[in-house]
Design a protein around this ligand. Structure first.
Ligand code: PNS
Length: 162
């Protein structure tokens, strides 16, 4: 049984993230999308909101589940018995930081865990959650950058929060 993790902030989940989830889910038996809760960061959406949004666009993928974690990624990986950690790479800038993170995490894993990098589809390689948030907050269109269901939920949630 190959259990894999795709972790991130997902504040919010973008089309690029969803593409990685779909592709990663075909390469393992079970894929957990791990939403980080960082008490030192003020996300736009709470971890519960982010988890609900992710569930709403992954419900057709039977081997994908959504969870949240805080603290070290390696501790969560060790507790969960994951064999693979997936990361998406948009380009060389991502690679430079990701390789260091993977090498550092490697020292913290109890058992052998492979970090598997999936190249982002060129259709989505310019998208980041931070840019999506900025455009959204300034009332620009983010259609096509996040899944439609997530866009509607973002609009509902921000209306509610005022
Ligand atoms: O979506 P992101 O922001 O690229 O996700 C980054 C994430 C959550 C994978 C990374 O920040 C992380 O692993 N945080 C947990 C803290 C940790 O383990 N830090 C050491 C990694 S070198």
């Amino acid at each position: 049984m190959l259990k894999a993790l795709y972790a991130g902030s997902f504040d919010p989940l973008t089309m690029g993230h969803l593409d990685i989830i779909r592709r990663a889910s075909k390469l393992c038996d079970e894929l957990v999308v791990g939403v980080i809760t960082n008490p030192n960061k003020q996300p736009m959406f709470s971890s519960d909101e982010r988890m609900d949004m992710i569930r709403s666009v992954t419900d057709d993928l039977s081997n994908v589940s959504v969870d949240t974690f805080s603290g070290l990624l390696a501790d969560y990986v060790n507790r969960g018995g994951f064999g693979i950690v997936f990361r998406g790479l948009r380009g060389t800038t991502d690679f430079d930081s990701e390789i260091h993170m993977a090498q550092l995490n490697d020292r913290l894993y109890d058992d052998k865990v492979e970090t598997v990098f999936l190249m982002t589809s060129p259709d989505y390689s310019f998208i980041s959650s931070s840019m999506v948030k900025e455009v959204f907050k300034l009332n620009g269109s983010i259609e096509g950058l996040v899944p439609d269901r997530i866009l509607s939920r973002m609009e509902e949630l921000t209306e509610k929060k005022g």
